[in-house]
Design a protein around this ligand. Structure first.
Ligand SMILES: Cc1cc2nc3c(=O)[nH]c(=O)nc-3n(C[C@H](O)[C@H](O)[C@H](O)COP(=O)(O)O)c2cc1C
Length: 370
């Protein structure tokens, strides 16, 4: 009996299976607005039987975008375009969330296929001033960020709350806070990027404070029946980076703030490697999802190098995570959920597809349409 194709409910939202579209920047926006490409991309992903989806990292303020091509949610004018994405997933029975974030000192970067380099040197006319917990550049060649004042921090917490209000207006079923990959929230948590001496730095409680204030502010806007996800970089593997024990403590505190699911990624803070970089192995982050789930007593989503149905099935069946996020394999094959349902012997693989596909594919198999 497959566990991957069982429903998962969190607050008032039910995912009909455990497979979720992982947030993926499309670099197709102008001034943060949804483009036709986003509609095409999400339509393709919504048609293959996916259980849920999370829309890409979306800037809560213009300076919070990673690149000039990233989505934004800093004004009410962004709501109309985002509604086009939520309508797609609603039609195809998949709850959809949006990842709201701020890229901090890694913002103002060029597009991946233009090198993902700081715009300050790659294209100064397009660059903007970056911000961080401390005036420490991300790495060599990156500009020095402006050290945020306490007033500016409060303004950003409010920007996350406002973004949540707009996400609800756009029809999102849930929200994910982007706390990973060396972006602003993660850079507050990691000692190597946070040298503050006020209440937002120092010990773990101080370095967690920005994350917790955002989680509280977002939760206060979300109705009680809407889930809140948080993407974490569970481990950094650099000196002065985040350790798994820090993340477990953070997950416990986030749970107290009303976070429901920890989406377990890793890395993104630059620094001296603790151990030599080894090639990424399939599913290398799954143990973090398992440890956080067991130690913090909170639901988790596993992500990273999950490309095979049996591998995804094992994550859920072995109790390592509650949900499985897939990014690149869905770019390769947006029918991955249908393929997995067949491979794993799910009760009604075609039943996860749109009606016309369901009908004709069952007929091809010689199965009477239910
Ligand atoms: C095109 C692309 C864009 C991405 N954009 C985001 C993003 O907006 N936010 C995020 O947290 N991770 C982002 N990621 C990382 C993925 O969500 C995922 O964690 C990573 O690709 C590992 O999963 P995979 O092996 O299934 O691809 C992106 C990955 C890809 C390939």
């Amino acid at each position: 009996m497959t566990q991957l194709f069982t429903p998962f409910s969190v607050r008032g939202v039910t995912f009909r299976n455990r497979l979720v579209v992982s947030p993926m920047c499309q670099y197709a926006a102008e001034d943060g607005f949804v483009a036709e490409w986003h509609v095409e991309h999400h339509s393709r992903l919504a048609l293959g039987g996916i259980g849920g989806a999370i829309v890409e990292a979306t800037g809560v303020v213009p300076e919070g975008r990673i690149t000039p091509g990233c989505l934004g949610i800093w004004s009410d004018e962004h709501i109309e375009g985002l509604k086009r994405i939520t309508a797609i997933y609603r039609r195809h029975r998949a709850p959809v969330g949006i990842q709201i974030g701020h890229a901090g000192r890694k913002a103002s970067a060029s597009l991946p296929w233009e090198g993902a380099r700081p715009l300050a040197t790659a294209a100064p006319e397009k660059a903007w001033q970056t911000v961080g917990p401390s005036a420490l550049p991300h790495s060599d060649g990156w500009p020095e960020p402006h050290e945020l004042t306490v007033e500016e921090i409060a303004g950003l917490v409010e920007a996350f709350a406002e973004a949540t209000r707009r996400a609800l207006a756009a029809g999102f079923d849930f929200v994910e806070i982007h706390g990973a990959h060396g972006y602003l929230i993660h850079s507050f948590l990691a000692p190597v990027s946070n040298r503050r001496t006020d209440g937002y730095g120092g010990d773990l409680a101080g370095r967690m404070r920005f994350a917790l204030e955002i989680a509280e502010a977002v939760r206060a806007v979300l109705p009680a029946d809407r889930p809140l996800f948080y993407r974490t970089s569970a481990v950094d593997h650099v000196e002065g980076g985040v350790q798994l024990a820090d993340t477990i403590a953070l997950a416990k505190a986030l749970k107290e703030c009303g976070v429901d699911v920890i989406d377990c990624s890793s890395g993104g803070i630059a620094g001296a490697l603790i151990k030599p970089n080894t090639p990424e192995v399939a599913g290398h982050q799954i143990p973090y999802a398992a440890a956080i789930r067991a130690e913090a007593g909170i639901a988790t989503m596993a992500v990273g190098g999950i490309t095979e149905p049996a591998q995804a099935e094992a994550v859920v069946a072995e109790g390592k995570a509650d949900l499985v996020a897939i990014a690149r394999e869905l770019l390769a094959d947006s029918n991955f959920p249908y393929r997995a349902a067949n491979t794993l012997g799910a009760a009604d693989p075609e039943g996860i597809l749109p009606l016309v596909y369901d009908f004709y594919l069952k007929r091809r198999k010689g199965i009477a349409w239910r």
